[in-house]
Write a protein that binds this ligand. Structure first.
Ligand code: 26Q
Length: 797
């Protein structure tokens, strides 16, 4: 990494800059400034500090002709940026003091920023963590995505049921981005292809403009900065004056409406792909713009097109940008006159693909007729790619199969490396979805276990624990998280333990105060905070958690004077708007919460809370406050998980299955410091083959039968016996995700958790061992792996 000459930032200088921006950029007198005005001024002052390191990084990359990494992702789930920037610039205390000197509370000002929620969940947040690590490691990189006008919907609960409203982060000025009206590409759709003199000509029917917006991404200590370039769709022709002059006022606006729809809204589904035309247009829109942009940059440096792979690595975040393969091949053939074979080989050397799911319903495919209608030239190129793939490998795996264009197969064939996101998942990728392609292309599939940025997910969100770690082992862990291992020498030390508990306690109090302020709910902060936060899915089994909660409630009521370990069960997460069963699960959790929280017998022992609208900023409050992390997906279904890493790193042991990265987390923190239960992936598959397993398992479990009986009797639905018949029917008749089979084990393991938690010393030791063992899960480690094994890219030092 290179040391930049940064002007020292003092409280006085920062204060002066904030005041200057308030006056000259915002146009406000301090006596009339709102929190919003102060936030804008603070952000602009901070943004100024990012610009020099950003220019310097770009210059160095150019001068050293370094290879650049291009991370193509439909989603970047960023969250807030003010604190991120102050922390990376190492001016947190300076900013706090400067705001205080201006009579403002830094925390309040920072909390005014809306989350940039341009993602659904894990995949989008991973992209954001990767951008942080790429900048910290000083690897020249661009993130490419879509500048959605509306990010992920806002979730509300009405009578316990999820409703959605549009999110509007761009309603306020987004100060972190720089608009680049001069960087724009025409993106074409539809029309037809004809051939003249052996050359294909695409005559598109529709064209929109992709217009760039750049956000600098600053790394640790401001040593390096990369760019996140998001594309907004705009009409090529601003206004149809002819129509207007004819008196057709609606028609006059048509070009604008059409174009803007493309970058209007993030699709809120994170598994079921519904094959909607607009989604395909979004994918091609941002992918094509990104490929054209990186080619322009590459050629502007005077290179030969045939040297592309020496200078460019393109990573596809799932199949959403898989059209990058055919698009690059198209440009190489149609615009750069490369022979087909050379074009495919060159594109393949540049491209790599990350798989994030094995769920069949999530694998993207497009009806061939729809695909050919929207992208006729690409349709032909894919046929050509498929032809060569079949010829060269003798494989019978088709990209276009039974009238569908399969994006996983396309991404695989066009990539020189394909990776899964945890050790278990990568093995399953080899054995299941891509078994035949793995035979055709041996060694193409590799593993890169996910990671999380320790800057946001420990340093920034958990100042109490940060302070304790700094005091105990110094500060090297900030950029080398494996240093946390040194904590192991202290975990039996009484003083350290007490301080560790004090930090956790401070975080629980912070969360309780936040919830009180938000919902008026009072939490018992001496109780165990048991937290499950993630998208709502059957495979993640939030319903198993709430069923276990009901069973516990029953047993406390049966025996109220026993020595119960008080718990607060916390849920957070959104359901895809069209996912009926997930919405039913939310309704059930809220109904159960209403019943249990009003029961005077159990009230001081068991509480259920489900704050609305879980997002990155909420995670930053909940995760440091967690005592127990719920990672209870059906084995074989969660590709990796990253929330599991955040919670464990923040001193919250896991109760979980052998799924995704749980397996590796357990190995790193020590098997004694992880509450394991449930079927393995292989056992789960065997179980499913045993017809009628669900009903049998329910009948064999009096505890589970009782709970399901209560739900069926309307105990949690005001006597309505049909409210949850969808969930009940699913559990009895199908239960693909094996809730019935894992339930008793899960319940028993929870009682073991109770016992350990009541032994304060033992629990603290376990929690601290989790923090100490999690260093390997830094996204810096993950990115170093990609750089070495896939990109052949390097830190600029
Ligand atoms: C596809 C087609 C049409 C519409 C939407 C989609 C779509 C959108 C988002 C499909 C999938 C996603 C998101 C998937 C995702 O977040 N997967 C998670 O990725 C994490 C990072 O690797 C893993 O840790 C999680 O295990 C995995 O579930």
């Amino acid at each position: 990494m290179t040391a930049q000459t940064q002007p020292t930032v003092t409280v006085d200088s920062l204060q002066a800059e904030i005041t200057r921006h308030l006056k000259l950029s915002i146009g406000k007198d301090p006596s009339h400034a709102s929190v919003y005005d102060w936030r804008m001024s603070l952000s602009l002052a901070l943004r100024d500090l990012v610009v020099e390191p950003w220019f310097a990084s770009t210059r160095k990359t150019y001068e050293g002709q370094h290879k650049r990494v291009y991370y193509l992702s439909m989603e970047f789930l960023i969250g807030r940026l003010v604190e991120d920037v102050t922390i990376n610039l190492d001016v947190e205390q300076t900013a706090i003091d400067a705001m205080a000197a201006l009579g403002q509370d830094y925390k309040v000002v920072v909390a005014d920023e809306p989350d940039a929620a341009l993602g659904n969940g894990g995949l989008g947040r991973l992209a954001a963590c990767f951008m942080d690590s790429l900048a910290t490691l000083a690897i020249p990189a661009y993130g490419y995505g879509i500048r959605y006008e509306h990010g992920l919907f806002e979730q509300h609960f009405e009578n316990g049921q999820q409703t959605e409203s549009a999110e509007g982060w761009l309603a306020q000025r987004h100060v972190w981005e720089f608009e680049r009206p001069e960087v724009a590409y025409k993106i074409h759709f539809g029309g037809y292809v004809n051939e003249e003199d052996g050359k294909a000509n695409w005559h598109p029917a529709e064209t929109v403009l992709a217009s760039a917006y750049d956000t600098p991404v600053i790394g640790w200590k401001g040593q390096w900065a990369n760019t996140l370039r998001l594309w907004a769709a705009k009409p090529v022709k601003l206004f149809d004056l002819e129509s207007f002059n004819r008196g057709d006022y609606v028609g006059a606006n048509a070009p604008e409406r059409l174009a803007r729809t493309i970058s209007r809204v993030l699709y809120p589904d994170d598994t079921t792909q519904d094959g909607k035309e607009l989604r395909l247009k979004q994918e091609y829109f941002f992918t094509s713009a990104s490929i054209k942009d990186l080619l322009r940059r590459f050629l502007s440096e005077g290179h030969q097109i045939t040297d592309l792979a020496d200078h460019v690595a393109i990573q596809l975040n799932d199949t959403h940008p898989a059209i990058a393969g055919p698009e690059l091949v198209r440009l190489l053939i149609d615009k750069h006159a490369l022979p087909e074979k050379d074009a495919i080989e060159l594109a393949r050397k540049c491209l790599a693909y990350t798989n994030h799911t094995l769920l069949p319903e999530a694998l993207e495919s497009w009806p061939e007729d729809l695909f050919a209608r929207i992208l006729p030239r690409h349709h032909r190129i894919i046929q050509m790619i498929q032809h060569r793939h079949l010829e060269e490998t003798g494989s019978d795996v088709r990209i276009i199969d039974h009238g569908n264009v399969k994006m996983g197969e396309l991404a695989f064939v066009m990539a020189h490396k394909v990776n899964g996101v945890s050790a278990l998942h990568s093995e399953l990728v080899k054995e299941t979805v891509f078994a035949d392609l793995n035979t055709a292309y041996p060694n193409r599939i590799i593993n890169q276990t996910n990671g999380i940025t320790p800057r946001r997910w420990l340093y920034s969100c958990n100042p109490a624990l940060r302070g304790l770690i700094n005091d105990t082992i110094g500060t090297k862990w900030h950029t080398d998280l494996e240093q946390l291992q040194d904590l192991n020498a202290h975990i039996d030390d009484a003083g350290f333990q007490e301080a560790f508990r004090a930090a956790k306690s401070a975080n629980k109090n912070r969360m309780a105060a936040w919830l009180k302020d938000r919902n008026g709910v009072t939490l018992d902060t001496s109780a165990m905070f048991d937290i499950q936060i993630k998208r709502i899915h059957e495979y993640k089994r939030q319903h198993m958690n709430i069923l276990e909660t009901i069973a516990l409630w029953n047993e406390i009521r049966d025996n109220p004077t026993a020595d119960w370990t008080p718990r607060v069960k916390v849920f957070g997460g959104k359901a895809a708007p069209g996912y009926a069963l997930a919405k039913s699960i939310i309704h059930l959790i809220n109904d159960v919460a209403a019943t249990i929280n009003n029961d005077p017998v159990t009230r001081d022992k068991l509480q259920v809370v489900y704050p609305e609208n879980y997002n990155v900023s909420m995670a930053e409050i909940l995760i440091p406050a967690s005592d127990l992390s719920e990672q209870i997906s059906t084995a074989g279904k969660e590709a990796s998980g990253t929330g599991n890493m955040k919670l464990s790193l923040n001193g919250s042991p896991t109760i979980g299955t052998l799924d995704g990265a749980n397996v590796e987390i357990r190995d790193h923190v020590g098997h004694d410091n992880f509450f394991l239960f449930g079927l393995t992936a292989a056992e789960a598959d065997a179980q499913r083959a045993d017809h009628g397993y669900a009903r049998r398992a329910i009948e064999a479990s009096p505890r589970l039968s009782r709970v399901l009986g209560q739900i069926a009797a309307g105990v949690f639905s005001g006597g309505d016996r049909y409210r949850y018949s969808d969930i009940l029917h699913n559990l009895y008749e199908n239960d693909y995700f094996l809730v019935s089979c894992d339930f008793d084990n899960y319940f028993a393991k929870q009682r073991e958790v109770d016992a350990v938690y009541s032994d304060v010393t033992r629990w603290t030791r376990m929690a601290a061992a989790n923090t100490a063992g999690m260093g390997w899960f830094s996204s810096d480690r993950t990115i170093s792996g990609y750089a070495q094994d896939i990109w052949n890219a390097h830190s600029v030092t």
